[in-house]
Design a protein around this ligand. Structure first.
Ligand code: SF4
Length: 706
C-alpha cells in the first residue's frame, strides 16, 4: 500500500560551495532518505558522499540544547540580557571598536544580513568578519580590482562547454566532487576537451589531467605572467577586445617583458615542454576556463595571483563567452551570500563599498539606522590579534571554530582565553572554540534552518527548515535580533520570518541602483511567504533586464569600474612570507580530504565518512622519508616557529621533494595534538587579508614521547 505519510522536501546541502540541491524524504517528523535534486542546476541529481551522508550527521547527539552562562544553564531571557549588557558595557566604556562579530559561511544570507546590519548600522563599527576570509577573500579583491565589482563571470555549464579546463590550486575531485563529476563527464563526452592541473602535488584531481604542472609552491604569479608574455609573443592577443573593453594593458605587458617561457619554467620548477604545451593550449583553444580555489587564494599574494589569471583572460578576450572565464570557486555553502550582504569587515551590504561616502549614506538612509561605519573593520587575523592585545574586549563567534581554523592557532586560543567576553552561538555543544566561551547560545542546525544560500555560480537557493528546532535552539537571525533589541535598538530588527529579511535585502539591492552596482535582485522584491517558500534556484542579477537571472556576466563587455572597462593589473611575483631556513627546511602545505568538512564538528559524527581516512597524517616524498629516517605510519613531530603538531607519516611519491602535505580537519577535539594550523604564521595578503595557509616553513623528526 502506498505510504501517504512520506513527504518530499527540497533543500540545499550544508557543505561545499557547489550548493547541490537535496531532496529529503520525511516520514512524519523523521528524515528518512536524501537524494540529489534532479532539477537543481548545480547537481542535476548528483550528490557526493558528504551530501549523501548528511542525515548521519544530523542527529541530536552533541547538540547544544539550551543557553549556558559559564557552566550553568540559563533561560533565553537571561542569556540575551547577559550578552546585550556585556556588549553595551564594553561599548560604553571603550567605544564601538572594542566589540566584534566573527561569523561564518555556514550562516544563511538572512542571518548574515542582520548581523552585518547590527554591527555596521547600529553599533557603528565594521568589526564583523567571517571564516570566508580564509576561503575566497583574495578572489573577491582580485575581481574588484579587475571588474570594479565582486562579480563571478562564469557558471557551471561553462565547465562542460569549454575546450580547455585549467584547474589551479584545486583538488576538486575531493573538495567540489559534484563539479568534478561534471568535468569527468564532459571529458568523456568530448575527448578533445583538454585538462591542465596546476598543483604542487599529485591528487585525485590530477588523474583527469592531460598536463599536470607540479609548480613550486607560491609561484603562480610567475606562471601567469609567463602565460601573458607567451600570449603577446605568439600573436594571440585579442587586440579588438583589449582596445574596446579594457584599460591598463600596455603597462601590464611591459611588466612581464622578462617572463620568457624558459625563465617561467625555471622559476616554477616545471618541465619547459609541459609548460609550452599548456601555454599553446591556452592560446589555441577557442575557449578556456581557469578554475581556481584555495591554492591560489590562501596566500600572502593571493589577490595578485587572481589578477595574474584574470589578465590572461582579458588579453585573449576569453571572458563573457560560453566556456570562457576566470572562475573562482568558493569553499563554503554560503560564502557568496555573505559577500552579498557585506558580511566582511571591508564591505558594505549589497556589494557596496564601506569607504565610498555615497554608499554609506545610501545604506544608512535605507536602514534609517542611527549610525553607519565608514571605516574598514578588523579582518579575521587582525581581529584575533586585536583580541589578543586587548583592543577588542567582547567577541561574538557564530557557527565557526576559529580556535583551530585560523593560522597561529596557539595565539588564537590565548586571545580567547584572555578576552573578557566571548559569546559563541553554535549548534554544537562542544567545539575547540566554545571551550573558551563565557556564554554559549544554542543555534538551529542544517535541517532546522530556513533561508537562502548562494553558491559559486551566483545561484541563490533555499535551505528549508524541515524539522522544528532541537531543544531550546533558535535561528541565528532570531538570536541576533533579540540581542539587538535588548541593546536598545528597538527599530530595524522586528522580523517575524526570514522572508521579511530576504525582502529587505532585495529592496536594498534595488535602492537607488541605476545599473552601476552588480548585485541587483530587484526582481525578487516583494516575495510573499508562500512565494519565498516555493522559491526556485536562480542566478543573480534578477532584475527587469534579466527576470530569469543571468547565466553569464560581461557578455556585453560592460564592467562596473568608473570607466566601464576592465582593468589589467600589473603584478610582480613575490616569495611567500614564511620561508624555509636551515632550521625549518621543509614547506608544509595544508588542504582537505574527501570525506571530512572543516573541523569535523559534523562530519566527524558519521562512521561512513570517517572510514575513508580515519586518522590525521602528513604526506612526504620517499626521499624525504629516507633523509629524515621516517617510516610509513611512524608518528612524526612537525614544528615551525609558531608551534608543533604530531602526525602519522604517509609516504607519497606524489609529493614534491622538500614539501609536506597535511589535512586541516583534525583538532584537539578529535586528536589531541594534531591540529596543523598551529604551524602557520599569521601572514596575510595585504589587500584581501586572507591568511597564507598553504606555506609554512617546518622541520620534521621522529616523535619521542616525553
Ligand atoms: Fe554537498 Fe558539495 Fe558534495 Fe554537493 S559537492 S553534495 S554541495 S558537499
Amino acid at each position: 500500500m502506498k505510504n501517504t505519510a512520506v513527504k518530499l522536501k527540497q533543500t540545499t546541502c550544508p557543505y561545499c560551495g557547489v550548493g547541490c540541491g537535496i531532496d529529503v524524504n520525511m516520514d512524519s517528523m523523521t528524515l528518512t532518505q536524501v537524494n540529489g535534486s534532479s532539477e537543481h542546476p548545480a547537481n542535476f541529481g548528483r550528490l557526493c558522499v558528504k551530501g549523501s551522508s548528511v542525515l548521519e550527521t544530523n542527529d541530536v547527539s552533541g547538540r547544544l540544547l539550551q543557553p549556558m552562562i559559564g557552566d550553568s544553564a540559563a533561560s533565553w531571557d537571561e542569556a540575551i540580557s547577559h550578552v546585550a549588557s556585556g556588549f553595551k558595557q564594553v561599548i560604553d566604556e571603550h567605544g564601538p571598536q572594542a566589540v566584534a562579530f566573527y561569523v561564518s559561511g555556514q550562516l544563511l544570507t538572512e542571518d548574515y544580513y542582520v548581523a552585518n546590519k547590527l554591527m555596521k548600522g547600529y553599533i557603528g563599527a565594521a568589526n564583523i568578519d567571517t571564516n570566508s576570509r580564509l576561503c575566497m577573500s583574495s578572489a573577491v579583491a582580485g575581481y574588484k580590482r579587475a571588474f570594479g565589482s565582486d562579480t563571478v563571470p562564469c557558471n557551471y555549464e561553462d565547465l562542460e562547454d569549454t575546450d580547455l579546463l585549467v584547474l589551479v590550486g584545486s583538488n576538486a575531485a575531493w573538495t567540489h566532487p559534484v563539479l568534478f563529476q561534471r568535468m569527468e563527464r564532459a571529458k568523456k563526452l568530448n575527448p578533445n576537451l583538454q585538462v591542465v592541473v596546476v598543483d604542487p602535488r599529485k591528487s585525485a584531481t590530477t588523474e583527469l589531467a592531460d598536463i599536470h604542472l607540479a609548480i613550486k609552491p607560491g609561484t603562480d604569479v610567475a606562471l601567469f605572467n609567463g602565460l601573458l608574455h607567451y600570449i603577446a609573443n605568439n600573436q594571440a592577443l585579442d587586440t579588438d577586445y583589449i582596445s574596446q573593453f579594457t584599460e591598463g594593458f600596455d603597462a601590464c605587458l611591459a611588466s612581464v617583458e622578462q617572463a620568457s617561457l624558459e625563465q617561467t619554467a625555471a622559476i616554477c620548477d616545471v618541465d619547459v615542454d609541459d609548460l609550452a604545451r599548456y601555454f599553446a593550449l591556452f592560446v589555441n583553444s577557442p575557449s578556456a576556463i581557469t578554475f581556481y580555489c584555495m591554492g591560489v587564494n590562501q596566500s600572502s599574494q593571493g589577490t595578485d595571483k587572481c589578477n595574474a589569471i584574470i589578465n590572461c583572460h582579458l588579453a585573449t578576450g576569453k571572458i563573457g563567452k560560453v566556456g570562457s572565464g576566470p572562475f573562482s570557486i568558493t569553499g563554503q555553502p554560503n560564502a557568496m551570500g555573505g559577500r552579498e550582504v557585506g558580511g566582511l569587515a571591508n564591505m558594505l551590504a549589497a556589494h557596496m563599498d564601506i569607504q565610498n561616502p555615497q554608499h554609506t549614506d545610501l545604506v544608512q538612509r535605507f536602514w534609517q539606522s542611527p549610525t553607519i561605519s565608514t571605516e574598514m573593520g578588523a579582518k579575521a587575523v587582525d581581529m584575533f590579534e586585536k583580541i589578543q592585545n586587548g583592543d577588542i574586549k567582547a567577541v561574538w563567534i557564530m557557527a565557526t571554530n576559529p580556535a583551530v581554523s585560523l593560522p597561529n592557532g596557539n595565539s588564537v586560543a590565548d586571545a580567547l582565553k584572555n578576552c573578557p567576553l566571548v559569546v559563541v552561538s553554535d549548534c554544537n555543544e562542544n567545539t575547540d572554540t566554545s571551550a573558551w566561551a563565557d556564554v554559549r547560545l544554542p543555534a538551529t542546525g542544517w535541517s532546522e534552518k530556513n533561508g537562502t544560500v548562494t553558491n559559486s555560480e551566483r545561484r541563490i537557493s533555499r535551505q528549508r527548515g524541515l524539522l522544528p528546532p532541537s531543544g531550546q535552539a533558535k535561528h541565528d537571525w532570531q538570536i541576533i535580533c533579540e540581542v539587538a533589541k535588548a541593546m536598545g535598538f528597538e527599530q530595524g530588527f522586528d522580523y517575524q520570518h526570514p522572508y521579511q529579511i530576504f525582502d529587505e535585502h532585495a529592496r536594498l539591492s534595488a535602492f537607488e541602483n541605476n545599473g552601476t552596482r552588480d548585485f541587483d535582485i530587484s526582481g525578487l522584491v516583494g516575495l510573499s511567504e508562500a512565494e519565498y517558500d516555493k522559491f526556485r534556484p536562480i542566478q543573480w542579477p534578477v532584475n527587469a533586464a534579466y527576470p530569469q537571472g543571468r547565466a553569464r556576466m560581461f557578455d556585453d563587455g560592460k564592467f562596473f569600474t568608473p570607466s566601464g572597462k576592465a582593468q589589467f593589473i600589473s603584478v610582480t611575483a613575490q616569495a611567500p612570507k614564511q620561508l624555509t631556513s636551515a632550521e625549518y627546511p621543509l614547506v608544509c602545505n595544508s588542504g582537505r580530504i574527501r570525506d571530512q568538512w572543516h573541523t569535523m564538528t559534523r562530519t566527524g559524527k558519521a562512521a561512513k565518512l570517517t572510514a575513508h581516512i580515519s586518522e590525521p597524517f602528513v604526506a612526504m616524498h620517499p626521499d624525504d622519508a629516507n633523509l629524515y629516517q621516517l617510516q610509513e605510519n611512524q608518528i612524526a613531530k612537525i614544528s615551525s616557529a609558531f608551534g608543533d603538531t604530531l602526525l602519522k607519516v604517509k609516504i607519497d611519491s606524489g609529493q614534491r621533494k622538500g614539501e609536506l602535505f597535511a589535512p586541516m580537519h583534525w583538532t584537539k577535539q578529535f586528536a589531541s595534538r594534531s591540529n596543523i594550523n598551529v604551524l602557520y604564521a599569521p601572514a596575510v595578503d595585504p589587500i584581501s587579508g586572507q591568511p597564507e595557509l598553504k606555506h609554512a616553513a617546518v622541520k620534521i623528526e621522529a616523535y619521542q614521547a616525553d
